[in-house]
Ligand binder design. Structure first.
Ligand SMILES: [Ca+2]
Ligand SMILES: [Ca+2]
Length: 194
């Protein structure tokens, strides 16, 4: 009887660990994300699924640098939860590529390329990354290794969001030198046969 209880406990612990969620950052148990665009919070992406849980408001902008390590790519940014004090509210998320900080303060206007999207309750379980890249006039994803300066903000209300970042091993670029050698090899074989 005691043995079967231990087996059941072990099984439950295994199930729990399988569903243990990885967080990029969780403001409800950690610090507020950066407020100063010149000193954003830095977060490093890990392979698989990780959550970003934060709250923004009239006096709380959240700024972060997302570092994608070599060998990884960011495939999607999916809105998993959204709460707001205002019914029908939408919030803002945007990023600039290949930067650790934004090119200017969010409210002073931008001359550089911005990838962005508004999001709200109607966007639950949507992958916003393609929309952000399209609205920014950027090439389609996934995002490759490098740094990306993100910011999230609100106007006159408060909202909370949970985004799921999904990443995978990067698909290596074809080696140009090797392709050239292969082409040379094919050409020389054909020459010999002629
Ligand atoms: Ca915040
Ligand atoms: Ca903040």
């Amino acid at each position: 009887m005691l043995f079967s209880r231990y087996v059941l406990l072990w099984f439950l612990l295994c199930i729990g660990s399988l569903h243990a969620q990885v967080y990029l950052h969780n403001e409800s148990v950690g610090a507020d994300l950066g407020d100063n665009y010149m000193s954003p919070t830095t977060l490093a992406l890990s392979q698989g699924s990780s959550l970003l849980d934060y709250t923004v408001g009239e006096f709380d902008t959240d700024l972060l640098t997302l570092h994608i390590p070599l060998g990884l790519q960011l495939d999607s940014i999916i809105l998993r939860n959204y709460q707001s004090t205002a019914v029908g509210n939408v919030s803002f998320i945007g990023f600039q590529s290949n930067r650790t900080t934004l090119s200017g303060f969010p409210f002073s206007g931008f001359s550089d390329q911005i990838n962005y999207s508004l999001y709200g309750a109607l966007d639950l379980n949507e992958n916003l990354l393609p929309r952000m890249l399209q609205l920014g006039g950027s090439p389609a994803g996934p995002l490759q290794a490098g740094n990306y300066a993100f910011w999230m903000n609100e106007t006159g209300t408060t909202s909370s969001a949970v985004f799921e970042f999904q990443s995978s091993a990067a698909i290596p670029e074809p080696d140009v030198a090797l392709l050239g050698l292969f082409g040379l090899f094919v050409f020389s074989v054909r020459r010999r046969r002629m």
